[in-house]
Design a protein around this ligand. Structure first.
Ligand code: 4IP
Ligand code: ZN
Length: 148
């Protein structure tokens, strides 16, 4: 279906396996009516390459900013999270405005999903711990209430 928003973002690897590396990749993100998908991108030709992953909108439980850590590199200052069954997908926008635009649009589109979260983690899951609440289980209940 037709794309609603497109933007080049940096994303953090989701680390779906215990052995997955922690790294950051520049990807072209495309939001359409069904999903948010990210693609490999040829920056010279300015063209979309293969799809690397996607999240079905109906699976999304929360879309919020993420508090950046001290000494965060400039290109990762404007973080947001797309939370679904697999956990959080961390995405980094180039500006606060672009981040706000995506969060607003995504929130509108997932508002009536089942299992939307009443609580979330405002900081990163990092090295086996939630930096906000220090809980050591990835699935641990969020520590901050969302005013819906
Ligand atoms: C990969 O690292 C990339 O970061 C993947 O991101 C990521 O998949 C992988 O995590 C991670 O292992 P290498 O390229 O060094 O192998 P992308 O798909 O954007 O290329 P995600 O799931 O984040 O898309 P796991 O968790 O899938 O293993
Ligand atoms: Zn927390």
């Amino acid at each position: 279906s037709e794309s609603i928003l497109e933007e080049i973002f940096i994303k953090r690897s989701q680390q779906k396996k215990k052995t997955s590396p922690l790294n950051y990749k520049e990807r072209l993100f495309v939001l359409n009516q069904e999903k948010v998908a990210y693609y490999d991108f040829d920056s010279d030709k300015g063209k979309r390459k293969g799809m690397k992953g996607s999240v079905d909108l109906e699976k999304i439980k929360c879309v919020e900013t993420v508090q950046s850590e001290p000494n965060t590199p400039q290109e990762r200052l404007f973080a947001f999270q797309i939370v679904y069954d697999e956990g959080p997908l961390y995405v980094f926008a180039k500006s606060e405005d672009i981040r706000a635009q995506w969060i607003k649009k995504l929130k509108e589109m997932v508002r009536f999903n089942k299992d939307v979260m009443q609580k979330y983690h405002p900081c990163f899951w990092s090295d086996g711990v939630w930096l906000c609440c220090k809980q050591e289980v990835k699935q641990a209940m969020g520590c901050k209430v969302l005013d819906s």
